[in-house]
Design a protein around this ligand. Structure first.
Ligand SMILES: C[S@@+](CC[C@H](N)C(=O)[O-])C[C@H]1O[C@@H](n2cnc3c(N)ncnc32)[C@H](O)[C@@H]1O
Length: 283
């Protein structure tokens, strides 16, 4: 990713949320009416073309993205659930917030403020597109950061965050960093916010023992690099991620793949990618 240009993957994720809204209409999991606003002309054209034939196209888009489309919607809906449950009790932090619209969509549940951290280029573009939006309820704190240049503890201090139980969402990022960064993120949440805090992130699941899925698993990181210039650099098995989380002091670790998230969300009609999961760490 280039530091001085807005994240392209954040825009693609917004495109997926915008499409999920038109495809599923009333049955949409996210009902993210804001996502479409963040699309550049290029992605708006794609959105306009893909939103014409909802049923057929949604199946086709999901199949050609190897289930990534449904996985991305599901992980977002799954994390929304934690915001609804915990937002009334504790602050919400979004590490690598991109074009996440929870501050607007879920403001009824966010009672202790929401902090959004991202590269300046992505965050400034987001603020520009939301410049006329009236936010009610949740106070949104925007913080420009580079996670590779500053430690999270320093970032939290600069953002004047209180040391108290906090819900930290880290969505769509862990696969672009190193194991060391994942480890230090877990430790930073443990040390800074302490007992009662949650860290929830999705991760790339490696070493899948399946002939076809294994090959897809090996190809996708390279495809991401060629298409978006944003290569997947880190993946882990469920057991590997559990060990890392518990070694770093998490009191409880849970991992949910797409179908497990569907169960939690009482959904049946999605076909998510199997080589990715969401980790829920409780301290
Ligand atoms: C795939 S996007 C996900 C955005 C959002 N969480 C979502 O799911 O819609 C990854 C986000 O992480 C941000 N990001 C990646 N590396 C970063 C870094 N070193 N410092 C700050 N932000 C970073 C990007 O700008 C981008 O917005």
């Amino acid at each position: 990713m280039l530091d001085n240009t807005p994240s392209r993957t954040a825009e693609i994720v917004a495109l997926i949320r915008a499409l999920e809204n038109v495809y599923y209409g009333e049955k949409s999991l996210l009902k993210d009416k804001y996502a479409v606003r963040f699309l550049s002309d290029f992605y708006t054209t794609i959105y306009n073309r893909l939103s014409v034939l909802p049923d057929f196209v949604s199946f086709f888009v999901n199949a050609t993205s190897l289930g990534l489309f449904d996985f991305i919607s599901l992980r977002h809906g799954f994390m929304d659930k934690y915001v609804r449950d915990l937002g009334p009790q504790m602050p919400v932090l979004l590490l690598g917030a991109g074009y996440d619209s929870r501050a607007l969509r879920l403001n009824d549940y966010i009672k202790h403020g929401i902090w959004e951290f991202d590269f300046p280029a992505t965050q400034r573009r987001k603020k520009f597109y939301l410049r006329n939006e009236q936010t009610k309820g949740a106070e949104v704190h925007y913080c420009e950061v580079d996670f590779m240049k500053e430690s999270l503890a320093e970032i939290f201090v600069h953002a004047k965050l209180e040391k108290r139980p906090t819900l930290v969402l880290w969505e769509g990022v862990s696969m672009y960093v190193t194991k060391e960064v994942v480890r230090s993120t877990i430790e930073a949440v443990r040390d800074y916010f302490g007992k009662g805090s949650y860290l929830i992130y999705d991760y790339w699941q490696t070493l899948i023992d399946h002939p076809i899925k294994g090959v897809l698993n090996a190809i996708l990181p390279h495809a991401m690099d060629i298409i978006y210039n944003e290569k997947f650099t880190y993946g882990e098995t469920v057991d590997g991620m559990r060990k890392l989380a518990l070694d770093c002091g998490a009191k409880k670790f849970e991992s949910y793949n797409g179908s497990q998230m569907m169960k939690k969300l009482s959904l049946t009609s999605r076909l998510p990618l199997t080589s990715a999961a969401v980790a829920v760490l409780e301290f």
